[in-house]
Design a protein around this ligand. Structure first.
Ligand code: GDP
Ligand code: MG
Length: 169
């Protein structure tokens, strides 16, 4: 069995905890419970005829001026930057975190533009967004509420990691 640690980063309230609970338990809640510190969830999936244990690290929302918690990236195989398409500031924060994180760990990266079930409410046009998406290996428009693209995102990331794992052997 292959184990892969995946960190989720992003401003508070973007939906990191919700994406994990949608993926792991198939549950969505409207209640907002702030994550304190870090919480780790596991999910075993099958990928390329291999069992892959995903260790999902849900890291407390970083606020713009607080210190980026780079220690969580130790041993990570990938990280997902989550942004909320109803809040422009969350994309700026996500890009900031990404530029710090990629200096620490050169692993594959994913951009999750979350809350796709809500009306888009930010001032990025398609071209700017495409430029930002190009900074990541994979990018998805997700909804932790409806589940749209949530499973697909984790599955495609796992496929990328398994392919990488095999080429390391
Ligand atoms: P975190 O701070 O990044 O972990 O964010 P949470 O997962 O706690 O979510 C913050 C709030 O946004 C909660 O009230 C969630 O119910 C809500 N939320 C999260 N994801 C979505 C989504 O995809 N769509 C909608 N409509 N609400 C969401
Ligand atoms: Mg949380």
């Amino acid at each position: 069995m292959i184990q892969k640690k995946i960190c989720l980063f992003g401003a508070s309230g973007v939906g990191k905890t919700s994406l994990i609970s949608q993926f792991v338990q198939g549950i969505f809640s409207d209640k907002y419970l702030t994550t304190i510190g870090v919480k780790v969830d596991k999910k075993l999936i099958e990928c390329e005829q291999q069992q892959v244990q995903l260790m999902l690290w849900d890291i407390e929302g970083t606020d713009r001026y607080s210190v980026f918690q780079e220690r969580y990236l130790r041993g990570a195989s990938a990280y997902i930057i989550v942004v909320d398409q109803t809040r422009t500031s969350s994309l700026i924060e996500g890009i900031d975190i990404h530029s710090l994180a990629k200096q620490v760990n050169g692993c594959p990266t994913v951009l999750a533009v979350n809350k796709s079930d809500l009306e888009q409410h930010w001032h990025w046009n398609e071209r700017q967004l495409t430029d930002y998406q190009a900074l990541f290996d994979l990018s998805f428009n997700t909804s932790a509420k409806t589940g749209d693209n949530v499973e697909l995102m984790f599955q495609q990331l796992a496929e990328l990691l398994v392919a990488e794992h095999q080429s390391d052997d």
